[in-house]
Design a protein around this ligand. Structure first.
Ligand code: ZN
Ligand code: ZN
Length: 646
């Protein structure tokens, strides 16, 4: 769609006053661009016919054994995430779609691929003409939400391309995942004030312009146009998505569209929801809002809200299976589906035989819950008045379990030359959030002893976590439970001389090492979440490394930090203001020995030091430590005993 076209429709829309002030009369809409109507109670019941209900499993493309297994256990839809989807489709991408369509068809289950709006690979082939400007900041890795070329490539053309594939293959529809894994922000803010957006709005409103970007928000607030700006944002994306829906009707009328993240209460997401809900076939909304809460009055109230808005959508309720004890899952699946258009499970990939992922309980218990729920739903299909004996019961979320299957420690040694005497010590106040892996070296027959505490932090309902002691190849040696009241204590006699790991995942809570028997380093080639890192941290620059790549992330300007990288002698290598996610390329001097690099965080003026997330991509060792003595580095030689040198 051309800008001119949008402008024309926008002008006619804004001329009518813009926006619905109150509920429109039954059967009518506040603007005539939308063909959605308002539901009555019976229409809503008709939308959610028991015979059509969705029982979906979400999975990635490594879960090749799942379509068959899901079908055998009464599921009827596979939601498969594809991270690489170019426009036009590369031949191997097309092949993969067709293979999955065939696999699902043979298994007797429907298939809907899931595509990212802006995942980690879209920026490799889509170069947004306009990027996001909001809150006084340019987000150069985040497209402008109203950038038409980005929309065309990321959404419109890819939907139509997959829809065309459905002529020759069993593809039920496509799901768009708007969470932007590849951007500086994972969701769009209220609006974008880039030149493109602001000029488009200004032309419509016949404003005197141009205005410098940093003055725009104040201007809109002062002149009381900020609400019109929100409406403009919503309407623009609504028109783009409605056009996609319209063209889809001529390409593949029965092809379904689904979305994730419908419920962000911002103009962009409301616009997407309304625009995509204009087809003859209702939009499928796969909510994540229910991931860890499960069945609640939200299911009813969301559908009522859509009814009032005239949004023609069907709700499919998402359940994150790890967040529930398996014995409570059947009732959750059943009642969520009963009062909506179905349920979907995040993520059935954990149930795949191909994945080494640790679930809090035995996989069979999860399959059993799925079977039980689907048997009950079968009965509901047959007898609409069926009364199940299942009941929603309260539950405590299960303990989080760290994934240790990817631990693979090759030969390491401490950077320090002095031999370390193990002994229990108390360390600093640094806490960790989410998955954390600590690595250390112990000699055969030494006693390993780590104590980990956990305190409640932030909005999350994780009550307990399992701390795991692993050997160098990711096999569990011991484990211990940590709660808010009780520390975990790992106690184990080292069976060999070499490297070990202590791993835990407190979710959003704060975990701390209370005491330890062996000096440890933190694994930083996977994301680590530090809470209030006040003291110096140490990284290893291997000999010959000329350039380090890493990223740092904070939760917005209020928690922004200055990150300083120093050489051993104290010379500053680089200093960075971190206001959100920041990719850093650090130029290093080539030297023979390798050296220790110190990393210091301090809050920016007016900000508080809280969450700092970090990941090393290349050019530095994969360990970070709290003291120079405990810093580990990889060594090249293969040791006779894994992971150790004297
Ligand atoms: Zn790519
Ligand atoms: Zn913009």
């Amino acid at each position: 769609m051309r800008t001119l076209n949008i402008l024309f429709i926008l002008m006619s829309f804004l001329a009518t006053g813009g926006g619905c002030e109150k509920k429109p009369p039954a059967g009518m809409n506040c603007d005539n661009e939308s063909i959605a109507g308002e539901f009555s109670e019976s229409q809503l019941a008709g939308l959610n016919r028991h015979q059509d209900k969705i029982r979906a499993g979400y999975l990635g493309i490594s879960g090749t054994d799942l379509p068959e297994k899901l079908a055998q256990n009464g599921m009827n839809l596979a939601l498969v995430k594809f991270n690489y989807v170019h426009y036009p489709l590369l031949s191997e991408e097309k092949e993969l779609f067709l293979r999955w369509a065939k696999k699902c068809q043979e298994a007797g289950i429907k298939f809907m691929p899931v595509i990212n709006l802006w995942g980690r690979h879209e920026n490799e082939w889509i170069k947004p003409k306009h990027t996001l400007y909001f809150g006084g900041l340019h987000y150069n890795q985040t497209p402008c939400p109203l950038d038409e070329e980005t929309y065309q490539l990321a959404v419109h053309k890819r939907i139509l391309e997959v829809a065309r594939l459905s002529h020759a293959a069993a593809i039920e529809g496509v799901v768009i995942d708007p969470e932007m894994y590849g951007a500086n922000l994972t969701n769009f803010p209220e609006y974008c004030l880039c030149d493109h957006c602001f000029n488009l709005f200004a032309e419509n409103e016949f404003l005197e312009l141009p205005l410098r970007p940093e003055l725009r928000q104040d201007y809109l607030i002062r002149t009381k146009k900020i609400n019109s700006y929100r409406v403009f944002t919503e309407k623009t994306i609504e028109m783009l998505t409605a056009e996609t829906r319209k063209q889809l009707a001529s390409v593949a009328p029965d092809f379904k569209i689904g979305i994730f993240h419908h419920n962000i209460a911002r103009p962009y997401y409301r616009g997407i929801l309304k625009g995509l809900a204009t087809g003859a076939d209702p939009l499928l909304v796969f909510t994540e809002q229910t991931y860890s809460t499960g069945y609640s009055s939200f299911i009813r109230s969301l559908q009522d809200e859509w009814s009032v808005l005239g949004v023609k959508a069907r709700l499919v309720v998402g359940i994150w299976q790890d967040k529930f004890p398996p014995e409570n899952l059947a009732e959750q699946y059943y009642y969520c589906a009963k009062d909506s258009f179905g349920y979907w499970i995040y993520t059935t990939e954990s149930l795949s035989r191909n994945m080494n992922k640790v679930l809090p309980f035995n996989k069979n218990q999860y399959w059993q819950a799925i079977r039980e729920a689907n048997n009950e739903l079968d009965k509901l299909e047959k007898y609409p008045d069926y009364k199940s004996s299942l009941r929603i019961r309260s539950f405590l979320p299960p303990s989080t379990v760290p994934n240790i299957s990817n631990i693979n420690i090759t030969s390491v040694q401490y950077v320090g030359k002095t031999s370390l005497v193990p002994g229990v010590k108390i360390i600093s106040d640094l806490s960790f959030r989410q998955k954390t892996t600590l690595v250390f070296i112990a000699r055969q027959r030494e006693e390993i002893n780590f104590k980990i505490s956990m305190r409640k932090y932030g909005q999350n309902n994780v009550q307990s976590a399992i701390v795991v002691l692993s050997n160098y190849s990711g096999e569990q040696l011991a484990h211990s439970l940590v709660t808010f009241q009780k520390n975990a204590e790992l106690r184990f006699t080292a069976p060999y001389t070499g490297a070990y790991a202590t791993a835990f995942n407190p979710g959003g809570n704060a975990a701390k090492v209370v005491s330890y028997s062996h000096p440890f380093s933190i694994v930083v080639n996977e994301t680590v979440g530090l809470l209030g890192p006040k003291q110096s941290l140490f990284l290893w620059k291997p000999a010959g490394s000329m350039e380090a790549r890493l990223w740092l992330e904070v939760d917005g300007p209020g928690e922004s930090v200055v990150a300083t990288f120093k050489k051993g002698g104290g010379a500053i290598l680089g200093e960075y203001d971190i206001l959100h996610r920041h990719n850093i390329t650090l130029a290093l001097h080539k030297n023979q020995q390798g050296e220790i690099i110190e990393l210091i965080f301090r809050p920016r003026p007016g900000a508080v030091l809280e969450d700092v997330r970090l990941k090393v991509d290349s050019g530095l060792g994969k360990y970070m430590s709290l003291s120079k003595d405990s810093l580990l580095r990889d060594i090249e030689r293969q040791m006779p005993i894994p992971g150790y040198v004297h």
